[in-house]
Design a binder for this molecule. Structure first.
Ligand code: AP5
Ligand code: MG
Length: 212
């Protein structure tokens, strides 16, 4: 299965992508995680991207398109993948078409803006493997430590109130138009997010037609 998970910042894309990746045995490819890793490693991409991320703006299309096409050509993507946070603009979606990447689904997680600020305020992320946690909704077994790899849990630099609002505004302007784009192609699968991760997973599996 080749799918992209769309939805607002903090909508649960990373959380559901992790769960689906384990369930389906296909890689979870988060453009945000790849970019944050590049920033930590101070690569050329990381140096350019750092300012955009800190301001809650999107990284230029050509950089992201290049990064994703390289990643998708790796061997583990042969049997499918879950894209999280890509495409995020119309030019990115059109570039995918141009390279011949065909998706089976564009899963659209629907979560209202009011819920987002609360969720992102309490989010923690593993510094090593990027697994997402929440102090209230999805706490780790041991405070501050990743259940999966033992890495340290950190708060993301863009999870501060002003940047969260900026990211939401960018989402509505630049990414939401993709909902219509994928609807026209017959690939859109709407999933209304729920108040718990487990309940949201049930909705996601149902709209994708995957057995729970
Ligand atoms: P990215 O890392 O993709 O950030 P985002 O889109 O802002 O989304 P988040 O990762 O913040 O949220 P999420 O939807 O993954 O939610 P999560 O599962 O963590 O991108 C970051 C930046 O990189 C962008 O701003 C941009 O600058 C750049 N970038 C990335 N891709 C790009 C592209 N294609 N083009 C250009 N620039 C790009 O959940 C959030 C929290 O809520 C967690 O704590 C979780 O535990 C909790 N939670 C999740 N679901 C539930 C639930 N149902 N109930 C209760 N709690 C829940
Ligand atoms: Mg994420």
């Amino acid at each position: 299965m080749k799918l992209t998970i769309m939805g607002p910042p903090g909508g649960g894309k990373g959380t559901q992508a992790e769960i689906l990746s384990e369930k389906l045995g296909i890689p979870h490819i988060s453009t945000g995680a790849i970019i944050r890793n590049a920033i930590r490693e101070k690569t050329e991409l990381g140096k350019v991207a750092e300012g955009y991320i800190a301001d809650g703006q999107l990284v230029p299309d050509e950089l992201v398109i290049d990064m994703v096409s390289k990643r998708l050509s790796e061997a583990d993507c042969e049997n499918g993948y879950i894209l999280d946070g890509f495409p995020r603009t119309l030019p990115q979606a059109q570039a995918m078409d141009k390279i011949g990447i065909k998706l089976d689904f564009a899963l659209n997680l629907i979560v209202p803006d009011e819920v987002i600020v609360d969720r992102l305020g309490g989010r923690r992320e593993c510094k090593v493997c990027a697994a997402p946690y929440h102090v209230k909704f999805n706490p780790p077994e041991k405070d501050g430590v990743c259940d999966k790899c033992g890495g340290v849990l950190i708060t993301r630099a863009d999870d501060v109130p002003e940047t969260i609002l900026q990211r939401l505004s960018v989402y509505h302007k630049q990414t939401e138009p993709l909902i219509g784009f994928y609807k026209e192609k017959g690939l859109l699968a709407d999933a209304v997010g729920r108040d718990s991760i487990e309940d949201t997973t049930k909705v996601v599996l149902e709209v994708l037609g995957v057995k729970g």
